[in-house]
Ligand binder design. Structure first.
Ligand SMILES: [Zn+2]
Length: 93
């Protein structure tokens, strides 16, 4: 898999300073955790800017929007079924 950071420069410039501690942030992957109405969802391997010092994460706007939209749909669908959850993930290639 290509580990090169794919975050668009127009959204988040590489080496952007952390808003919490001003350390230069680096490109990496993170897992986002969402909880809503008794359900939780984890989105793994999200491209993000990470701060190695305080752990602050910054997700580019476009990516964050896409993820929250997808998770929102899952939560909405999950509500209507008598089940405990959905696990949805891309298989490791
Ligand atoms: Zn920081």
């Amino acid at each position: 898999m290509n580990e090169r950071c794919t975050i668009e420069k127009s959204e988040v410039t590489a080496g952007k300073a952390c808003p919490e501690c001003s350390t230069a942030m680096r490109c990496g992957r993170t897992t986002l955790h969402f909880e809503r109405a008794g359900f939780c969802a984890d989105v793994e391997n999200v491209n993000a800017m990470l701060c190695g010092r305080c752990g602050m994460r910054s997700i580019p706007g476009k990516t964050a929007l896409k993820i929250s939209d997808a998770v929102e749909r899952l939560f909405r669908a999950g509500k209507d079924f008598d089940m405990t959850g959905i696990s949805f993930r891309k298989l490791a290639s």
